[in-house]
Design a protein around this ligand. Structure first.
Ligand code: BG6
Length: 515
């Protein structure tokens, strides 16, 4: 395919791609009969094969409590690909499915891990795999520690064994702990058997194309970095708005809430990418050093200050996309006296030379008016308007928006002359949508992350120092909420916002961008 085939405007663009194919891999997926494997993991791996990047020496051993034979598991996988993978050829599907196997058992039974070990050895010999074993924990978080202990005890973790050092990797889904203490305890278990270089903590937002673009945008262009600071930027807003409610995940979500589910991980990671200093190289640890440094620079909340810095909310009944939906507390599986928040907004400051006193407004919520994930950088207004004589004293600021989803792209809003009378201007929106330029489907975040895990690239995975810093930052808020020291207002499902959330930027004379 030539560059012109992608889009005529890219005719002069030299596209430089660095894509490493996966090394030979044996992957064990715990929770292989579950939802995540069905919706994301199996389709993601098949897409990697379709792109020619999955090694021909690959096999996947599913593991779960559901009793399946290899053939039944393959049947389930066929169904998963049919429903959730796009553009997979019959040949690709067939070759991928031939490499799938299954063992069932109780995760607490040591005999399961012995069976797993024997089967893995047999399959690696059959598929001539000498590379890494990947253990993917697609199971409820309560099982992460227990499964890790069993893997270690069965001799499957390779930690410190020279002949297989770093050749076993552990992939852990979020949430990583539910507070600082549980995250630390879980990490201690992981470190008993795996080193940090072997642990891949997933934050699927980091696998999204437009989130990765943030780094390219900031550090592969010369024109933005000079204005990326407190002298030119007025405020930054990060929004993850969802129309979905709690769906079928009430048992997890009601114990979690928006702060733990979205804020501690996805939102703070995006903030880190927007605000961190340039790393010295595009190397996993150099990037993760900068992210940790940034998280460490977030101004801690003084006692009682959280009240003016954090707002929570919970959806009541309302109308979303034209449909009546019930209140959160009426959803199936949610406790009638639940105090779980489905919305959280915060105002943060980063205390360093670059960002001192620039407010970062972050908000995320379920059952809002629209699905909309974006990062908006609002620049300072011009210091003096030349156009006061025609009533244009206040010129709207420039805004640079990274649209993460659903319409991935970027836009820059600036003032321009409108044709006609001598002084007539308006805001022009210079917009770029990925789908218009790169006609191909946007790859799924999981596809990127699975491939990186197989190539041993930890750049898009969260290192424990970031996890630890994020929990430390949020503990005063969690404690205050737990003690019921802050209101939990209801917002009507389907609303854009609500007064308590609006009050946050309003206190600084600003407002949220419209969804
Ligand atoms: C998950 C959360 O991490 O992200 C969910 O657990 C949320 O509650 C989901 O719905 C949103 O992801 P995306 O990719 O649809 O924005």
């Amino acid at each position: 395919m030539t560059v012109q085939d992608i889009h005529p405007s890219l005719a002069a663009m030299e596209i430089v791609c660095a894509e490493t194919a996966a090394a030979p891999t044996a992957m064990v997926v715990f929770g292989a009969s579950g939802d995540l494997a069905h919706r994301k993991l199996l389709p993601g791996l098949a897409q990697i094969r379709q792109r020619g990047l999955l090694s021909e020496h690959f096999c996947l051993l599913g593991c779960g409590r559901t009793e399946y034979s290899d053939e039944q598991f393959r049947q389930m996988a066929r169904e998963a690909l049919r429903k959730n993978a796009k553009g997979i050829s019959d040949d690709t599907a067939r070759s991928f499915i031939e490499g799938l196997y299954y063992v069932s058992g109780d995760y607490d039974d040591p005999a399961l891990y012995q069976r797993l070990k024997d089967r893995l050895a047999e399959l690696k010999a059959r598929h001539r795999i000498s590379g890494c074993d990947i253990f993917y924990l697609a199971v409820p978080p309560a099982l992460y520690g227990r499964i890790t202990e069993h893997l270690g005890a069965a001799g499957l973790s390779c930690k410190g064994e020279p002949e297989c050092q770093q050749c076993a990797r552990l992939v852990v889904e979020k949430p990583f702990g539910r507070d600082l203490q549980t995250a630390t305890e879980l990490n201690q278990i992981l470190y008993r058997w795996f080193s940090e270089e072997q642990v891949y903590r997933i934050d699927h937002y980091l696998g999204k194309e437009t989130v990765q673009n943030l780094m390219i945008f900031r550090f592969a262009n010369g024109i933005f970095e000079p204005v990326w600071n407190r002298s030119h930027i007025d405020n930054v807003q990060i929004t993850i708005a969802e129309t979905l409610g709690v769906e079928h995940r009430a048992s997890y979500y009601d114990q979690s809430g928006a702060l733990r589910d979205m804020f501690q991980n996805h939102m703070l990671q995006m903030l880190a990418l927007v605000a961190m200093e340039p790393p010295s190289s595009f190397d996993a640890d150099r990037i993760r050093d900068e992210k940790a440094k940034l998280l460490r620079s977030i101004r801690p909340f003084e006692f009682d200050e959280w009240n003016s810095s954090f707002v929570r909310g919970r959806y009541g009944p309302g109308i979303v996309n034209g449909q009546h939906v019930p209140a959160y507390r009426e959803e199936r599986g949610v406790a009638a006296d639940s105090t779980t928040e489905t919305f959280v907004a915060a105002r943060l400051f980063v205390d360093n030379w670059r960002w001192k006193d620039v407010p970062f407004y972050l908000r995320t919520g379920k059952r809002l008016a629209r699905k909309d994930t974006e990062i908006a950088i609002t620049f300072k207004q011009v210091p003096h308007s030349l156009f006061g004589s025609v009533g244009l004293d206040e010129l709207p600021p420039n805004v640079l928006v990274f649209r993460i989803q659903p319409e991935e792209g970027m836009s820059l809003h600036f003032q321009a002359k409108r044709p006609g009378s001598k002084i007539c201007m308006g805001t022009l929106n210079m917009s770029f949508a990925y789908k218009d330029v790169f006609h191909a489907e946007m790859p799924e975040a999981y596809e990127r992350l699975l491939l990186d895990c197989m190539t041993g690239d930890q750049t898009l995975f969260t290192r424990f120092d970031s996890v630890d810093l994020a929990w430390r930052l949020l503990m005063p808020v969690l404690d205050a909420w737990q003690a019921g020291r802050t209101p939990l207002p209801e917002y009507p499902a389907g609303s854009e916002s609500f007064p308590q959330a609006d009050a946050l930027p309003a206190a600084d004379g600003r407002r949220w961008r419209r969804l």
